[in-house]
Design a protein around this ligand. Structure first.
Ligand code: EPZ
Length: 416
């Protein structure tokens, strides 16, 4: 089991390049199932979840060739229409093969995702949407079995905004017969990036990025090239780390318009932020001020940045309310932060965080991807050494994070 050892107290300074977005790359990789052409992807992040998705697609018969930040996926010889439990249980995003398989091959067997650390996270909305499009679906032995001669366009209303639900049905609808309208759709930038890639493949999609997405099905899609958008959550994570440590950093290869609410919150906390082209610069000249956070679907404050702001508020001047409205159990990082001396009370989906002058290093345990990022940030500001265990969670979503942080002056190393 690998760990990270961090000695806190160094302000982050310098420049760091942001990687391609994990949550755009994962659905876009599944889009390769929709055509017999080649999908040539660039700006691909080197992450554990990406490797898992490559393995899943390869065992279905997708050809995979990769280069530096590049990945070419070929859907011509798909011969297995199944996503097995042992793969789905490690990565919930595997469910994104469901829509494409039913749309192109009329059949799919996809394991139900197990629960995960941050909540039950069912896929009932994915299933309901496909049934509305004419798929016959039954669940047995923990697998979703879906069949459809040809999916029919339908009007689908999401009771809850679902990012991968929107993405799965957008891909399914791309090859359906007729028009599909997704109401109360997710507006996340990763949904728009997937739509851009699907359009490059010949899909007819409009309204992506708004709550109503219209997809006019076509007979066939073809191969295409697509550059993955920057990772807005990695961007936000580094900015929060710089703010918490009182540093000054520049992100390159990113886009400020992707994380406006995060930049607003950091400005409220006292950071000085400037942005131009693909760069964001942040300077923190004093102790951060506490900022209230309430997560909600895009364009509101992203749930994937909640844990990071909990770490910032833990050492901020004042008291902050942190409200998590998306997942029912996304405060796993709180008890670990308390081990470092944080003063946090949890009431249901609300935390009250009373900032303290400083945290004390300790041994803590990562429980999920963004909780790990929170603990890294806390370790960067805590006095003395913090050791974070189970950092495989971190490797799922952050490319070479200790290397990037070391470049910014952090005292951090991976230990086995
Ligand atoms: C995506 O997960 C992201 N993952 C998550 O990022 C992110 O936290 C989440 O969206 C919210 O923004 C990927 O894009 C691969 P949802 P997803 O469907 O699509 C409920 C990270 O850190 N729901 O938008 O699985 C669900 O339980 C990860 O990179 C249903 O009830 O999330 C949750 O409470 C973590 N039924 C809410 O909706 C369904 O059929 C939002 O879930 C689907 C979802």
């Amino acid at each position: 089991m690998q760990k990270l050892s961090i000695t806190g107290g160094s302000p982050l300074r310098g420049e760091v390049r942001i990687s391609g977005a994990k949550n755009a790359a994962l659905p876009i990789m599944c889009a390769a199932l929709l055509s017999d052409g080649d999908l040539r992807l660039s700006n691909m992040p080197d992450l554990h979840d990406i490797a898992t998705m490559r393995k899943l697609l390869a065992q279905m018969g997708v050809t995979v060739a990769s280069g530096e930040g590049e990945l070419t996926l070929g859907g011509a010889n798909v011969n297995k229409l199944e996503a097995p439990y042992d793969m789905v249980k490690t990565m919930r995003a595997s469910v994104l093969v469901l829509g494409p398989l039913v749309a192109r091959f009329g059949e799919a067997r996809v394991s139900l995702p197990g629960g995960c650390a941050i909540g039950s996270r069912p896929v009932d909305l994915h299933i309901k949407g496909l049934q509305a499009m004419g798929a016959e679906i039954h669940i047995e032995h923990g697998y979703i079995h879906a069949r459809a001669k040809r999916l029919q366009g339908a009007r689908i209303f999401f009771d809850i905004v679902s990012v991968t639900g929107t993405e799965n049905l957008m891909m399914a609808a791309a090859l359906a017969d007729g028009v599909t309208v997704l109401e109360n759709a997710a507006r996340e930038p990763e949904v728009v990036d997937l739509a851009d890639c699907l359009r490059a493949m010949g899909a007819d999609i409009s309204g992506d990025g708004t709550e109503t997405v219209t997809i006019r099905g076509v007979e066939k899609l073809h191969g295409a090239s697509h550059r993955i958008m920057p990772d807005r959550i990695e961007s936000g994570t580094f900015l929060v780390a710089a703010a918490a440590t009182g540093g000054a950093i520049t992100l390159t290869g990113t886009r400020a318009d992707l994380l406006e609410t995060v930049l607003e919150k950091l400005t409220e906390a006292g950071a000085v932020i400037t942005a131009e082209a693909d760069r964001i610069h942040l300077e923190m000249r004093a102790r951060p001020k506490s900022v209230n956070v309430r997560t909600a679907p895009h364009p509101a404050f992203p749930t994937d940045m909640q844990a990071q702001f909990m770490a910032l508020n833990a050492v901020a001047d004042g008291t902050a309310m942190v409200v998590e409205t998306i997942f029912e159990n996304r405060f796993m990082h709180v008890q670990e932060l308390r081990r470092l001396g944080a003063q946090i009370d949890v009431e249901g989906n609300t935390c009250v965080v009373r900032g303290v002058e400083r945290l004390e290093g300790a041994t803590v345990m990562a429980t999920d991807l963004r909780a790990s990022a929170c603990l890294v940030i806390a370790g960067l500001v805590a006095q003395g050494e913090t050791v974070i265990d189970r950092i495989y969670h971190l490797d799922r979503g952050y490319e070479h994070i200790e290397h990037k942080l070391s470049q910014l002056g952090a005292k951090i190393q991976r230990i086995s």
